[in-house]
Write a protein that binds this ligand. Structure first.
Ligand SMILES: Cc1ncc(C[n+]2csc(CCOP(=O)(O)OP(=O)(O)O)c2C)c(N)n1
Ligand SMILES: [Mg+2]
Length: 533
């Protein structure tokens, strides 16, 4: 049974009144009725008596009074006077003002000094009516009225390709990478994969707005941002195969756990939102580091990750301690099978930014130019103010969540098709480039053929490379400092694996086959006592 204060009658009255009369008075009355409950002519239907099963609640203990103690007024010094002897007008006495000032400077009041006292109960649940979504191009690639094109060569000049479509190059490369790796998982050649399909504009546009010294924290679906930053296809494939060239994670992580210290890309950790407090810490470190003034952090996260406690911990820390950080939410409509309608009841993720005192924008995530402009401005604000900025990019996850998912179980296939045809971020950017005569069909054909050849070459190469030494799996589990011993539990496990390999490594076919895939074929763990070679 609904609680009496939530009954729809008050809301209905509000709308009925405001529709009947256009005057402000009517609206005020309408809001009053919303605040004060149902109109008197409606008889309450429930909670009018105590049910036999309910135990009467104890009487609430009265709270201590909030006013300053009266004794403070009693001891107040005489009122100040002007030079001609008249009492100076001040609201309240000196002691009262001092008491008020004391209360106002308490931690409870700090940060809300722009608020004012009000006798009427004003409830609100949105920052504005609805936060608008910024875009530069419409779905067909036309410039939107009032929008300005970003300076287009700015981002391109940092990386190897100096031609304008460098962003377009990455945006067209990633679907081919995704397709090959997705299919290869289906064939059992890699263990897992996550596609970026539908989010090419959001990830590439944001990456293009960052500078080489910046730090990036990803969730797992940002391979396009990383490729655009300069991660090579060989490095990406090597991580997914966990081969000897997987420099970041040395074959110890599942596919898609990319890592690149050289490019400032912090290793992916799949427990959701754990990258966020790390990013807040990195931003704070940048703020304190005199040599890194001007550098910035970008932290990617999904609409689902924003429901984790770590989201709030990170934004709270960043808002209080500061540090240049762009909180980039890829709002792609789903957290695996949970649609956003079941994820939050407020106005998206953007509405949470002002609550943490962060400059915030909602942007069309399928418009790479809007994302580029918004993130550049976010970066400028973050660096100049040494603080956090929130960007919510609205997009759509076209692929399944991962290779472990079948999204047709919880969304219509037609819906997915509609998004990929009607609001396709790659088509949109291409239409714009073609309209400017910066791109043509023959160029497109050549580019796609080149992409396919490069991806297949890199895939074939990565698959053939051996796995790192087997003993690598025991390294770096704990950070072992100079002169410190590897923890006993690690040495024991290493020694046990060595013993088992000695016993079964040549006689049991699955192990004999598997050993051959590793550099040194597991010998490195067989001839030692667990301490490592
Ligand atoms: C702490 C934690 N809980 C649950 C999961 C399982 N999980 C992996 S991805 C995911 C959905 C995340 O959705 P979102 O943040 O919107 O990112 P998207 O996959 O849409 O890019 C969940 C629930 C996890 N990895 N970590
Ligand atoms: Mg999501």
């Amino acid at each position: 049974m609904p609680s009496p204060c939530l009954r729809p009658t008050a809301v209905t009255t509000k709308y009925a009144l405001s529709r009947r009369s256009a005057g402000t008075g009517a609206i005020i009355i309408a809001y009053r009725s919303l605040i004060t409950g149902p109109p008197p002519n409606i008889t309450p239907t429930h909670h009018t008596h105590t049910t036999p099963t309910s135990t009467p609640l104890p009487q609430p203990v009265p709270l201590p009074t909030f006013s300053p103690p009266l004794s403070a007024f009693a001891q107040a010094p005489p009122q100040p006077h002007t030079q001609d002897g008249k009492p100076l007008y001040v609201p309240g006495g000196q002691a009262e003002r001092a008491a008020r000032a004391g209360r106002m400077s308490s931690p409870l009041r700090r940060g809300s000094h722009e608020s004012w006292w009000s006798g009427s109960m004003g409830w609100f649940n949105a920052v504005a009516k609805t936060i608008p979504t910024y875009r530069v191009l419409d779905e067909e690639g036309h410039l939107v009225k009032g929008a300005e094109l970003p300076e287009l060569c700015y981002a391109e000049r940092w990386y190897s390709c100096f031609r304008l479509p460098s962003r377009y190059r990455t945006m067209t490369l990633i679907p081919i990478v995704d397709n090959v790796l997705y299919q290869s998982q289906r064939q059992g050649r890699i263990s897992f994969y996550m596609q970026c399909a539908g989010e090419e504009a959001a990830t590439v546009g944001s990456s293009a707005a960052m500078l080489p010294g910046d730090e990036m924290f990803g969730q797992y679906r940002e391979q396009a941002a990383l490729l655009h930053r300069g991660f090579t296809l060989d490095a990406l494939m090597s991580q997914c195969f966990g081969n000897v060239e997987d420099k970041g994670t040395k074959g110890r992580m599942m596919p898609v756990h990319y890592s690149s210290p050289e490019l400032g890309f912090h290793t992916i950790t799949s427990p959701l939102a754990t990258q966020m407090p790390q990013a807040a810490g990195a931003a704070y470190a940048l703020k304190l580091d005199e040599d890194r003034q001007g550098d910035c952090v970008i932290c990617y996260f999904g609409d689902g990750a924003a429901s984790e406690g770590d989201f709030h911990a990170a934004l709270g820390m960043n808002s209080v301690l500061g540090g240049p950080c762009i909180w980039f939410c890829r709002n792609n409509g789903f957290a695996i099978s949970t649609p956003i309608i079941d994820q939050y009841a407020g106005d998206g993720i953007a509405s949470r930014g002002p609550a943490y005192g962060l400059d915030t924008i909602r942007v069309d995530g399928n418009d790479t130019l809007a994302v580029l402009s918004a993130v550049r401005e976010a970066r400028r604000r973050a660096v100049s103010g040494k603080k956090g900025v929130l960007v919510e990019a609205m997009t759509y996850r076209v692929g399944h969540h991962s290779t472990s998912d079948d999204s047709s179980m919880y969304r219509r296939v037609e819906e997915v098709k509609e998004w990929s045809v009607v609001d396709n971020p790659i088509h949109r950017f291409r239409a714009f480039l073609v309209s400017k005569k910066w791109w043509s069909e023959p160029e497109e054909k050549t580019l796609l053929a080149k992409h396919k050849a490069e991806v297949m070459r890199s895939f074939g190469r990565a698959e053939k490379l051996p796995k790192p030494k087997l003993g690598e799996m025991f390294n770096d589990v704990w950070g072992v400092g100079k002169g410190e011993e590897v923890p006993a539990v690690i040495m024991e496990q290493r020694a046990e694996l060595g013993r088992l390999l000695k016993k079964y490594g040549d006689v049991w076919e699955p192990w004999r086959r598997e050993r051959k895939r590793f550099v040194e074929e597991g010998e490195d763990v067989m001839d030692c006592d667990g301490r490592g070679s």
